[in-house]
Write a protein that binds this ligand. Structure first.
Ligand code: ACM
Length: 687
């Protein structure tokens, strides 16, 4: 594999020219640097190579410590810059537009990295390390690299509530993040399935709300969703002590990564309200998901928690969640109703906004800034909050148009808990089908923005929700290599984007990660999308008018609108790829007009079933044909024979074959009647 890859690499990336000069189409580095100027010659790292730096003594120790675990680990730091055979790390005060920018010069005598800040030197070193790791381990072609990130925020999020991952696992991911120049770790520390951070004032959060009496989250979900004491023999879970947190934060800082903690409010808080029910509207354990906004006890609790959180995390930004609050309990709660009346709040959205604004003021008073999921826009966005746009890009667009900062992490491109390959070849996942190529296709700056608005987009983030990710190996499998696509989107200039080159480099990165004890998805064995989705479907009804006799398609699943079922475009593995048309709680009933009476020998359409999101096969399909559009002959009744209980993704064609003539084809797919259920099809094929 190693040899094959190196041959591959030489063929695709390193085009060696005569005279010892090298021209490279791309550097074997992720993210691809902003600019590379190739020179003649090479530098060879040998046991006599030394490292010299003018950084502070403290930084020098930090660099030496960091390099110990890398391919430059054995080289000594020296005090004299005059020697040759040197790697130089030079802080220079001018010439860089960001602390993370660097200039790397490699010639026969030296490797020199210049930057205005340790962060830039650190990133220059990552480029050198990747060049060595993806080459022969010692030879560096002569070149000048001038590099700086496109965005200041390049993040990875990890949900440790649904499944707990210990501090060593987190540190391992921080190592990989640094290697790929990611600089924000968004730690989703608390959620309804478990509280994971020690708060000294509220010890029950970690002696109770961090432990579940079930090994498996799905069993816990159907088994009552209760918590248990830490010393209960059934207890499964865990939490980070304050010491653990400080250790991780320091480890991240040594890698120029800021850890952004998330403390969820007002929703996703079942674990807190089971433990301290006086913070809920009902006052009853296990009855509510949202904090009561009417009681001062909620604010006292959250402020006390945030004080300890701010003490542990130096991050300027604190994430307060804000997503998916049901707000139902607030509608009936007298205290919430009183709060709404006292504060002149029109509805529960404004009540949520009241809470978020109040918490933001508290954070600001302590010198911190607030980030929230895009629901914090509802009910009135504070002018200073930063919005993390996850339900598409609309929240982010709205935020920057209002002058707020945003971080783009739309589910369709950035949710790394989705399937990354053909679903039936993969472990159970949620959220759709998101390949490396699709992640890489993401462009975080929508065309509709002005230059000033675009400047408010701080960057991108990949999110790892862990409902279906119970183990460390599985988490790494979902993270890598997809996070590398976001690393490149976040760092490299938009104009440097090149899928083929990135794919080749990602194959190398996967191999490197595997060699270093990670468990990435085997990109070289990717199956890819549903075969039908790659080519247009040629058939008699292609381009023909479709009349919707009954209900119409759902607004989020139009597949392009009224012509989608005859546009020749076939869907991929998932219903949410914009190629499947979806119908909720109703039958699909359409008539196609072929334009003239034609011989017809086949009429068929494919449907899918996925139990989790309530996507069902039709109970029955009825097909009829007509020459005049008035008198129809029913030619097929097809029953479903696939159980709705099957958990895995199912596909089934419902059709007819025979000999007839028709101008009009009526195709009816009857819903199986399960409330909230969907029917999805992509094309009604007539041959
Ligand atoms: C989210 O995925 N609920 C932010």
């Amino acid at each position: 594999m190693k040899i094959n890859c190196n041959i591959f690499l030489s063929a695709l990336m390193l085009l060696a020219l005569s005279g010892g000069c090298t021209r490279q189409v791309e550097l074997p580095v992720i993210p691809q640097p902003a600019s590379v100027d190739y020179r003649c010659g090479k530098f060879v790292v040998s046991p006599s190579t030394n490292i010299y730096t003018n950084v502070s003594k403290e930084s020098r120790i930090a660099f030496a410590d960091y390099l110990e675990g890398t391919s430059l680990g054995l080289l000594p730091f020296v005090d004299n810059a005059a020697e040759s055979g040197l790697i130089l790390l030079n802080l220079v005060p001018v010439g860089f537009d960001s602390d993370e920018a660097y200039k790397l010069t490699i010639d026969r005598h030296k490797v020199e990295i210049c930057a205005r800040h340790d962060a830039g030197l650190f990133y220059g070193l990552q480029t050198v390390l990747q060049l060595l790791d993806n080459g022969d381990g010692k030879t560096l072609a002569a070149m000048t690299v001038e590099d700086s990130p496109r965005f200041p925020y390049r993040g990875l999020h990890l949900d440790v509530s649904r499944h707990f991952f210990d501090k060593e696992f987190v540190k391992k991911q921080l190592d990989a993040m640094a290697y790929f120049k990611l600089n924000r770790f968004h730690w989703h520390l608390v959620d309804g399935a478990g509280w994971r951070i020690e708060i000294k004032k509220y010890p029950r959060l970690t002696s109770f709300a961090a432990w579940r009496p079930f090994d498996d989250l799905q069993e816990w979900w159907v088994g009552g969703r209760t918590f248990c004491d830490q010393d209960d023999p059934r207890a499964v879970g865990g939490y980070y002590t304050q010491e653990d947190i400080r250790e991780v934060v320091a480890y991240a800082a040594e890698r120029h990564i800021t850890v952004v903690p998330e403390i969820e409010m007002p929703g996703h808080s079942e674990e807190v309200l089971a433990t301290y029910p006086e913070l809920s509207c009902s006052g009853i354990p296990y009855a509510d998901a949202d904090y009561c906004v009417g009681t001062e006890k909620t604010f006292e609790f959250l402020e006390n928690v945030l004080l300890e959180v701010m003490d542990m995390f130096p991050s300027e930004y604190i994430h307060i969640g804000g997503d998916e609050a049901a707000k139902n309990s607030w509608r009936k709660c007298p205290r919430c109703q009183k709060r709404m009346a006292d504060e002149n709040l029109a509805d529960v959205n404004e009540l949520q906004s009241y809470m978020i604004h109040r918490i933001e003021r508290f954070l600001n008073e302590h010198g911190r800034k607030l980030i929230g999921w895009d629901e914090i826009i509802e009910g009135g966005l504070s002018p200073t909050a930063t919005v993390m746009s996850w339900r598409g890009e609309e929240g982010g667009i709205q935020a920057v148009k209002a002058g707020n900062r945003t971080i783009m992490t739309p589910g369709k491109f950035c949710y790394l808990d989705a399937y990354q390959d053909a679903p039936n070849t993969q472990p159970m996942a949620i959220g759709g089908y998101l390949t490396l190529e699709k992640v890489y296709s993401y462009e975080p700056v929508p065309d509709s923005l002005t230059v000033d608005e675009a400047a408010l987009i701080m960057g991108v983030q990949g999110n790892v929700w862990t409902e279906f990710i119970p183990t460390e190996e599985h988490a790494e499998y979902m993270i890598y290599p997809r996070i590398l696509a976001l690393a490149e989107i976040g760092w490299s200039p938009a104009g440097r984007k090149n899928w083929e080159g990135f794919h080749t480099r990602a194959l190398l990165a996967v191999e490197h990660l595997r060699d270093n004890g990670y468990h990435p998805f085997p990109l070289d064995k990717e199956v890819g999308d549903k075969p039908e989705s790659f080519r247009p479907e040629e058939h008699v009804a292609r381009g023909c008018k479709v009349t919707y006799n009954g209900c119409t398609y759902g607004k989020h699943y139009t597949a392009g609108g009224d012509m989608a079922l005859t546009d020749g475009v076939r869907g991929g593995w998932m219903y949410n790829d914009d190629r499947w048309q979806g119908f909720i709680d109703c039958d699909l009933d359409v008539t196609l007009d072929l334009g003239a009476v034609k011989p017809v020998r086949e009429i068929t359409a494919e449907f899918m079933q996925l139990k989790g999101p309530y996507v069902w096969l039709p109970k029955q399909v009825l097909i009829s044909v007509s020459k005049d559009g008035e008198n129809y002959e029913e030619i097929a009744v097809v029953d479903n024979d696939i159980s709705p209980e099957i958990e895995t993704l199912q596909f089934k064609y419902f059709g007819w074959a025979g000999e007839t003539e028709a101008r009009y084809v009526r195709y009816r797919a009857l819903s199986n009647g399960i409330a909230g259920g969907w029917l999805f099809t992509d094309e009604i094929v007539v041959r």
